[in-house]
Every structure is written in structure tokens, then in C-alpha cells.
Design a protein. Structure first.
Length: 488
């Protein structure tokens, strides 16, 4: 007998209100302030500050009349909802491009910023100080335009000759381009226009005041570059016939050079943004106290004027088409204002509850500031504690900062996977990374420890991890291999 079966898949859809609430939750403080300003500008039924007459705190308009556009009793539930599909990662929140470092009591002033000249434009401006023919200037400007942001020309001169012919109608040869390239090499910062690291360092040494150390450094880079990169210092000393002290001074000259001359220009003109913490944790008589940045708790209310307008229209005996349209418009704005105020309260509660759970979970760390006391913690651990969806916890952790007695931290930095120590106990990978970092900082820089020895030392301390895992953690912390950590 044939049986027919019907598989039903329950797909939970989010309402527009739920989506907006999720977007509010993911905003850090400064972006949240901007969002409130936008809402105040867009909705005349929403006003900032406290109402003069507290009696208007209550609803004075009936939400069950014929003009309702949604059920006002609808609760905004966020449990067990995967909101990632509703919130686009392409949306760049304002907090990534703006900061606001003023309190409500400060007078707000616009600080004028100097218009920064780009790296390439600065080089072209420098070319104006050279006497060049029109053709030579065009080639020089093309070479400047061929540099990457680090200041290097990575393509062959033959390719550049072909490009100028096809794209600019400039017909020249490789020999001419190389002659102009030597002019480009005179530009500042020294080292720009180099085709590789070796040439970049030599160009910078050429611009230095000649000394014995600079001469030895030039010989090292020009004749023994591979031995230098591999830090074969004893071989260098033998080949150059110099003392250990002379070699040390030569290496010191090289270490002062800039391997990315274009990058240094960019860093000098970069505007540094300051972080505004969304939470603050204090220790008061041995107990942790959590506060939410006051800017996350604005005082808003529904416009009394709009409520009175709605009452007036509703009491009117004759309702024309235009009056009905006016009632619908006013009702929509009032409902939107009420929802926005409720959503802000839910946002405050979500942030506070989530951060409280994180603070309690990592209580030992926040009391002592010792990173080795950080416990393994994943998003699900906090989600289970507060009864919220993992996606909600993620949006709080990924974009919020907390001010602690030990500095301002990005909340997601407190999350880590677990590993077993030699006692079979779960320990945080953050704890292992910190201990690894301490071992490397305390090593003898004349004989830095390779990864297999680092793994052995961690094992002695009770953390049996493989050499490849040590290498992975070392790379995540931007710590080079032992050979490159070697000092004279």
C-alpha cells in the first residue's frame, strides 16, 4: 500500500519591527546616537526629553480603531531566529566612519581637518622641482602611477613600456624608462620606486650620510642579502672581515630603514579614530559593577501634540476622505514612535543582560586582569545563560567595547575555544596564547626558540599541544619564526 507523506518545513519570518530591533542591537554607542537623530528627524511624533505632563506617559489614543495598521500588542520576540539572512553584511554602519567623543553637556564644535595630499600626488608634486622634457615627465608620472601603496613598482620595465604605448600613446624603450626611473628614485621618502626589497633598502642607504656603519650595511644588502635575510650573522662577519661590534652597528643601520616607504606616508596622514566604550566595568569593594554608557539610554516620548491631533480627528462627526488620510498618517507616526521607544528599551535590556552574563562568566579575569584567567567561552555559553539567540549575542560581542580597569576591550576578544590541559581540564586558547607570548618575550634573543622547543616548554607547563598548533598561534599573534627573532 502506497503511503503519501508530506514533509513540512517551518520557516519563521521576521517582522519589520524585529529586523529593526536587531539592527539597533548591533549598533555601538556612537552609531546608535546617530540612528536616534535620524528617527527624530523623520518622525515628528517622536520627541526627545521628558514630557512636561507625566500623565501623557499613558496611551491616550485607542489602538483598536479602524485605522490601526498593526497590532500594538505584538511583542518583538527574538529567540531561536537566525537573523543573519535578514541583515545584510554589505550595510556599513556609520560608526565605522564616524566618532562622537562629546558628552551631552559639551559644546559641540566641528574640528577642521587639513586636506591630505595622496601619496602619489605628493610624488608628482615633487617632480615639478626637476627640469624634465615633456616626454620624460610623462614617463616619470606613469612610473609614479605604477607604484603600489607601499611605494614599489612590481612590474617589469618592459611591461611598463608596452602599457604606455597601448594606453597612453607614449612610445619609448626600456633604456629610457630605466633612466627616468633613476630620477624617480631621488624622490622622498627615499626608497620609493624600488622593484624589490633589496633595491628599496639600497636606495635608502644611498641617501644616508656616509659612515663606516653605512658602508658595511650597503655591502651586506648589496652583496650578501640572502645571508642577511636568513640572519646568518657569523657567515656575514667572516665574509666582510669585520668585528662583532662593527656587524652589530651595520645591522642597526639596516633596522632603521623602512621596508614600505609608501606605507609610512599613508600612516602619517591617517586619521585615528577613538573608541567610545559601550559598557564600563568597575571593581567596588571586591565586587564587579557593570554600567551601560548613558548615551545608550536616551529619554524619548511620544508627542503630546500628535496625540491631541488624533483625538480631535477621531471626535469629529464628519470624516472626509482627507481627514481619514490625516488620521492614518498621524496614527502611523504615533505607532512608529511608540514602537521605537519600546525597541530602545529592549535594546538596553539585551545589551545589559548579555554583558552581565559575560562579566559573570569571566569573573576571575575582570577581578584580577590576568589574561590566563580567561575561561573558554563560546557564543552558545552566553546564549544559553540569557535565553537569547546566538546571532543576537554575536551582534553584541562583535561591535561593542567595554571599559575595564585594564583598558578598553572589544567584547569578542573574551570568547575563545577550549583545549585540554594535562589534567584533562578545559582551558582557554587565549590562556595558551598568553603563556606562549610570555615564553617568547623571555627567550634569549641570541638563541630564539624554534616551534618544537616552544611546544616542549608548553607541555612542561601543562599544555600538551602540537608543534603545528604552536606555529598557528604564533602566526595569529604576528610573531615571526625563531630565525627572524634572532638579535645580534
Amino acid at each position: 500500500m502506497l503511503k503519501q507523506g508530506l514533509n513540512l518545513k517551518l520557516l519563521q519570518k521576521l517582522s519589520p519591527q524585529q529586523i529593526q530591533l536587531m539592527k539597533l542591537i548591533q549598533l555601538p554607542t556612537q552609531a546608535f546616537e546617530q540612528r536616534i537623530k535620524e528617527e527624530l528627524n523623520e518622525n515628528p511624533a517622536l520627541e526627545a526629553g521628558k514630557e512636561e505632563d507625566e500623565s501623557y506617559e499613558k496611551d491616550e489614543f485607542d489602538n483598536q480603531d479602524e485605522y490601526d495598521d498593526f497590532d500594538d500588542n505584538e511583542s518583538i520576540e527574538t529567540d531561536d531566529i537566525n537573523i543573519d539572512e535578514y541583515l545584510s553584511n554589505d550595510e556599513t554602519p556609520d560608526y565605522k566612519t564616524q566618532t562622537n567623543n562629546y558628552s551631552d553637556d559639551d559644546e559641540r564644535r566641528e574640528t577642521p581637518l587639513a586636506s591630505a595630499v595622496s601619496f602619489h600626488q605628493d610624488l608628482i608634486n615633487q617632480l615639478n622641482t626637476f627640469i624634465l622634457s615633456d616626454e620624460d615627465r610623462e614617463i616619470a608620472e606613469f612610473l609614479v602611477g605604477s607604484m603600489d601603496d607601499a611605494g614599489y613598482i612590481r612590474r617589469s620595465l618592459m611591461d611598463i613600456v608596452d602599457d604606455m604605448a597601448f594606453t597612453q600613446g607614449i612610445y619609448t624603450d626600456e633604456k629610457t624608462v630605466e633612466r627616468i626611473l633613476h630620477i624617480v628614485h631621488e624622490l622622498e621618502p627615499s626608497g620609493v620606486g624600488a622593484r624589490d626589497l633589496q633595491e628599496c633598502l639600497l636606495l635608502q642607504l644611498k641617501h644616508k650620510t656616509p659612515t663606516e656603519s653605512v658602508a658595511h650595511a650597503t655591502d651586506i644588502i648589496e652583496e650578501h642579502f640572502e645571508a642577511f635575510t636568513r640572519k646568518h650573522y657569523e657567515k656575514l662577519q667572516q665574509k666582510l672581515g669585520i668585528s662583532n661590534e662593527q656587524l652589530r652597528k651595520a645591522i642597526h643601520e639596516i633596522e632603521k630603514l623602512n621596508p614600505k616607504p609608501g606605507g609610512s606616508f599613508a600612516s602619517n596622514t591617517k586619521i585615528t579614530e577613538n573608541v567610545i566604550p559601550d559598557f564600563a566595568i568597575r571593581i567596588n569593594e571586591g565586587e564587579l559593577e557593570l554600567t551601560l554608557n548613558g548615551r545608550n539610554a536616551p529619554t524619548l516620548h511620544v508627542s503630546r501634540e500628535y496625540q491631541e491631533m488624533l483625538q480631535t480627528y477621531k471626535m469629529s462627526k464628519e470624516k472626509t476622505s482627507s481627514q481619514k488620510d490625516a488620521v492614518l498618517f498621524i496614527k502611523q507616526k504615533l505607532d512608529s514612535a511608540k514602537w521605537f521607544i519600546d525597541a530602545i528599551k529592549q535594546r538596553q535590556e539585551t545589551l545589559f543582560v548579555t554583558m552581565t552574563a559575560i562579566m559573570e562568566y569571566q569573573r576571575n579575569y575582570f577581578l584580577e586582569g590576568d589574561e590566563t584567567k580567561l575561561k573558554p567561552m563560546i557564543l552558545k555559553d552566553i546564549a544559553d545563560r540569557v535565553g537569547l539567540d546566538i546571532s543576537t549575542i554575536s551582534r553584541v560581542a562583535n561591535s561593542k567595547y567595554v571599559e575595564t580597569p585594564y583598558g578598553t576591550k572589544l567584547i569578542k576578544e573574551f570568547f575563545s575555544e577550549a583545549m585540554k590541559n594535562d589534567q584533562g581540564e578545559d582551558v582557554s586558547t587565549l590562556e595558551i596564547k598568553k603563556i606562549l607570548q610570555n615564553i617568547i618575550e623571555e627567550e634569549d634573543k641570541h638563541k630564539p626558540l624554534p616551534d618544537d622547543q616552544l611546544a616542549d616548554m608548553l607541555k612542561e607547563k601543562g599544555y600538551p599541544i602540537a608543534r603545528r598548533t604552536v606555529a598557528k598561534y604564533r602566526e595569529l599573534m604576528d610573531i615571526p619564526v625563531a630565525r627572524l627573532r634572532k638579535k645580534m
